[in-house]
Design a protein around this ligand. Structure first.
Ligand code: COA
Ligand code: AMP
Length: 634
């Protein structure tokens, strides 16, 4: 077995030969004419000239290879007290029939389909049904409100939307249909139809002439023996668009292609995660996030594994033993989740007493990503689970690990606080703001030298200019990750902070700029700033500061309630926006730029240097006083 060093060196010596080798694990309808075509796209396009189908590789080829009886998807839902299992053959039937229904509604290769669903197996089937047709899916996380859904509908212009009657959060049923109707009402682009999964917990009225009942339509297609073939697409054709937070209220549509995505994800399963076909891999995330796309849906299935769709939480469904119960019941060999989930478990069961009730002898590893893994959480997990705990660094833009600790290549020594070393494909550098390489151990902008590896986004949907200005222009020849950090003498990365206005709340990527836009839309608000305040459980929580219009004369508590409600209504519960504090003024530079970084340091009671360009230093004391009065600091 080659080591990490040998593998990385083999890639560095001949990247195209390396990825051509990895591509042998994928079934292509026609092979690539170029492993990387440097003349296409901003930095080249992978597997140009090849044709393929992602659903074929994820499902059909396993059935054809005689593994139809193997479990593909296990659905475990403590919130509905349901467990369901689908073999590869059953999944194929479901997906093929749904693709037939979509085709009947006019969906063809290249058309977009928005999927707005809770964590049910039909969400995964919907993604794969789109892939089967060569249609481009765009999954929208269920915790987003109607306005966010509408923004995505407008940008992706889907022909069809697949949704459900409701989602279920502990203690609360979320009716999706009114949100969907409101979003479609708000959008300028209207879908020609919707497919709605009626859930027993709460059904909804279907809109005549627009909505199709998911179960009835798929059931009828199955009964009639109707399905679809896997439509060949170019390897460079888009498989999906996943919207992620950018620096404004307009989310960025990250585009993932078919060929490179399959190659990188398939490679990752044995090499990074050390998983064999037939084993049960569980990514405790949501299909609305990139981790859910890559490791609930695509990678485990491309590798012939069993994936788990879990509709529950780490705590409260019913208790902090939920993850242990799921891993025991389904023979999970590897768990992938966000550190927040473990912080939540540790908070409720600090001694890990509930572990004694479960048999986790099958578990071999825990992978953490989505936010910084604090050493205390890693140590707790190592101690309680007694398996390797691996931090790895990711972005929606990449779709897979940028840096990590590849278990399948022999585990590197773990350095607490570091998500390991660069994976093959990523040539990572740390640059100062002028673009000069910094010395090892020095904080700087983390960038990746072009070309980027397979799976990493070739562009933003309908926004090539934004793609260039957000990622490619600041450091010519490099992809700017917008993460700041260091590489130490041993080549380990440490991710310290974002260089933009993105904050990370419970492993969810959120834009403070988007929240500021919402606060500023309130008629009584003159100006505002939102920063991420450190939080023991969720990593960060948004904190809003606002100045009211002259003469607004508002009661602060009442206005705060309105602002919290406004963010919930416009962005969604997932923003976790709970605190808005009135201040007299916001600190600014002499040129009028709000000093958010300094506000954040004050909110975190961290040391800070007085910004040289500050207009009036007294404002910082006013902020401290306002936060102290609210008992947020001190
Ligand atoms: N649909 C609708 N609402 C949702 C939702 C969904 N799919 N997911 C979350 N929400 C709501 C929550 O109910 C909560 O609402 P509330 O303000 O009424 O309580 C709000 O959005 C904030 O959610 P969250 O930040 O997740 O907080 P939480 O208190 O519900 O749960 C954790 C905290 C730690 C248990 C939870 O965040 C978790 O399991 N995190 C794991 C990390 C993860 O999945 N990361 C994804 C990337 S890997
Ligand atoms: P997302 O696009 O939602 O996956 O969020 C990506 C961002 O989350 C990165 O740019 C980082 O800021 C942060 N992030 C993800 N994984 C890690 C990690 N292992 N360590 C530190 N930060 C991380």
């Amino acid at each position: 077995m080659p080591t990490y060093e040998e593998t990385y060196a083999a890639w560095a010596a001949d990247p195209q030969a390396f990825w051509a080798g990895a591509a042998e694990d994928i079934d292509w309808f026609t092979p690539a004419t170029h492993v990387l075509n440097p003349d296409k796209g901003v930095y080249g396009r992978w597997f140009d000239g090849a044709t393929c189908n992602t659903c074929y590789n994820a499902i059909d080829r396993h059935v054809e290879a005689g593994h139809g009886d193997r479990l593909a998807v296990i659905y475990d839902s403590p919130v509905t007290e349901t467990v369901a299992r689908y073999t590869y053959a059953e999944a194929q039937t479901q997906i093929s029939a749904l693709a037939h229904v979509l085709r009947g509604m006019g969906v063809e290769k290249g058309d977009r389909v928005v999927i707005y669903m809770p964590m049910v197996p039909q969400a995964v089937f919907a993604m794969l049904a789109c892939a089967r047709l060569g249609a481009v899916h765009s999954v929208v996380f269920g915790g987003f409100a109607a306005k966010e859904l509408a923004t995505r509908i407008d940008d992706a212009a889907p022909k069809v939307i697949i949704s459900a009657s409701c989602g279920i959060e502990p203690g609360r049923v979320i009716a999706y249909k009114p949100l969907l109707d409101e979003a479609i009402e708000m959008s300028t682009s209207k879908p020609t139809g919707c497919v709605i999964l009626q859930r027993e917990t709460q059904t909804c009225d279907l809109t005549e002439g627009r909505d199709v009942d998911y179960a009835a339509a798929v059931g009828a297609a199955i009964d009639a023996g109707q399905g679809t073939e896997c439509v060949p697409v170019a390897a460079t054709d888009p498989l999906y668009i996943l919207y992620t937070s950018g620096t404004t209220g307009q989310p960025k549509g990250v585009v993932r292609d078919n060929g490179g995505h399959m190659v990188a994800l398939k490679w990752s399963m044995p090499n990074i995660y050390d998983i064999k076909p037939g084993e049960v891999f569980w990514a405790a995330s949501d299909v609305g996030w990139v981790v859910g796309h890559s490791y609930i849906c695509y990678a485990p299935l491309l590798h012939g594994c069993t994936t788990l769709v879990y509709e529950g939480k780490p705590v409260g469904t019913p208790d902090a033993g939920a993850f242990w119960r799921v891993m025991q019941d389904h023979d999970v060999v590897s768990l992938f989740t966000a550190p927040t989930a473990f912080r939540a478990i540790k908070k409720e069961d600090p001694k890990g007493a509930l572990l004694a009730d479960y048999d986790l002898s099958k578990l071999r590893s825990l992978f953490l990503a989505g936010e910084r893994s604090d050493p205390a959480t890693i140590e707790w997990a190592q101690d309680k689970l007694n398996v390797p705990v691996i931090d790895h660094w990711w972005q929606t833009e990449t779709g897979w690990t940028i840096s990590g600790n590849p278990l399948g290549l022999g585990m590197l020594p773990v350095k607490l606080g570091s998500p390991g070393k660069p994976m093959p494909g990523y040539d990572i550098h740390v640059l100062d703001d002028a673009g000069k390489e910094v010395a090892p151990g020095t904080l700087g902008n983390i960038v990746c030298k072009l070309p980027l590896p397979p799976s990493v986004f070739p562009t933003l949907w309908n926004a090539e200019e934004r793609f260039l200005s957000s990622y490619m222009n600041d450091f010519p020849g490099y992809y700017a990750t917008s993460d700041a950090g260091i590489v130490d003498e041993d080549g380990y990365l440490f991710i310290m902070a974002r260089t933009d206005d993105i904050i990370n709340v419970a492993g969810h990527r959120l834009s403070t700029g988007a929240m500021e836009e919402v606060l500023a839309s309130h008629p009584d608000i003159a100006e505002c700033a939102v920063v991420g305040k450190a939080d023991d459980l969720k990593g960060q929580m948004p904190l809003g500061l606002y100045v009211t219009n002259d003469g607004a004369g508002r009661d602060a508590a009442e206005l705060e309630k309105e602002l919290v409600q406004l963010v919930r209504a416009k962005i969604g519960a997932v923003a976790a926006f709970k605190t808005a504090v009135a201040v007299k003024r916001l600190p600014k530079t002499r040129s009028g730029k709000v000093l958010r970084g300094t506000v954040q340091k004050i909110a975190d009671a961290a040391e800070f240097k007085m910004p040289a360009a500050i207009d009036d230093p007294a404002i910082l004391d006013e902020i401290s006083e306002a936060l102290t009065a609210r008992k947020l600091i001190g």
